[in-house]
Ligand binder design. Structure first.
Ligand code: NAD
Length: 244
């Protein structure tokens, strides 16, 4: 393990990528958790536009359950440590999350891109409006903007759809000098390709994950363990070096 922290003062532009593992200790199951909500369904049925067209009741029910579960969750020590890093880092810092919960915001992170959308927003396919959404969506729920029933969907990115704000993300990756990937399996593209993009830009790359991810060998440094332990420890180290 190289002494990464010793270089903190030289890191000006940080990009952080987070995935479901970051929210696991807040009680939100990951994609792969045995017996978790995600594993009870076929992804083709609940996370594709075709699945939604086939059975909107099933899909809305799945996301209604996830919205209710996420509404009851609290940010954990790892979310809080990342918000602290953002507020104390003098240079640029962008957090890009694949998570559709809102635990980064609840922890205080400001510079955030939800590349896979947000559970707490609804998108109307009739009038293309998006609005904050807290409650269940039923197939007959009317759009508050245009009044049409049957046109609202969760504003989340499904397989086969384009993730949000990719230009901004690639611009940040192309100029970052430190890239930190946290709690993501490295199995869902395009996020899985971000480490290679950052490395091409000359960034130091670090993985913080419960176990080595599918792409662990692509990182300069890896630290493995639960996010609530490895993330605060890593942030403390970075900030201690910077402030000393
Ligand atoms: P993933 O489930 O594929 O991978 C999660 C990773 O987190 C795994 O590598 C696992 O080892 C690691 N992990 C599990 N518990 C951890 C912990 N306590 N500390 C640190 N790491 C831990 O999830 P992904 O890579 O985010 O990609 C899958 C897709 O599933 C994404 O598109 C995401 O939008 C979606 N998803 C989101 C949520 C959420 O919003 N909370 C939850 C589940 C899935």
């Amino acid at each position: 393990m190289l002494n990464l922290a010793a270089n903190m003062a030289s890191y000006q532009r940080i990009v952080i990528l987070t995935g479901a593992g970051l929210s696991a200790e807040s009680g939100l199951g990951t994609f792969r958790d045995a017996g978790g909500l995600w594993t009870k369904y076929d992804l083709e049925d609940i996370a594709t536009p075709e699945g939604f067209a086939r059975d909107p009741v099933l899909v809305q029910g799945f996301y209604n359950d996830r919205r209710a579960q996420a509404a009851a969750a609290e940010p954990n020590a790892a979310h809080l440590a990342l918000a602290r890093l953002e507020s104390e880092h003098a240079g640029a810092l962008l957090t890009v999350t694949q998570n559709i919960d809102c635990l980064h915001e609840a922890a205080g992170t400001k510079g955030l891109i939800h590349m896979h959308g947000e559970l707490f927003k609804a998108w109307c396919l009739a009038c293309d409006s998006r609005q904050a959404w807290q409650s269940d969506i039923a197939p007959e729920t009317p759009c508050p903007a245009c009044g049409k029933a049957g046109a609202l969907r969760p504003d989340v990115v499904w397989f086969g759809e384009m993730p949000y704000r990719m230009e901004e993300i690639y611009a940040a990756l192309g100029t970052c000098d430190l890239f930190i990937s946290i709690g993501t399996s490295g199995s869902v593209y395009p996020a899985a390709g971000f480490v290679a993009e950052a490395a091409r830009a000359g960034a130091r790359t670090v993985e913080l994950n419960l176990e080595p991810s599918d792409g662990a060998s692509l990182f300069d440094d890896t630290r493995h363990g639960p996010a609530t332990q490895v993330v605060p420890a890593f942030v403390d180290e970075l900030l201690k070096t910077k402030n000393s």
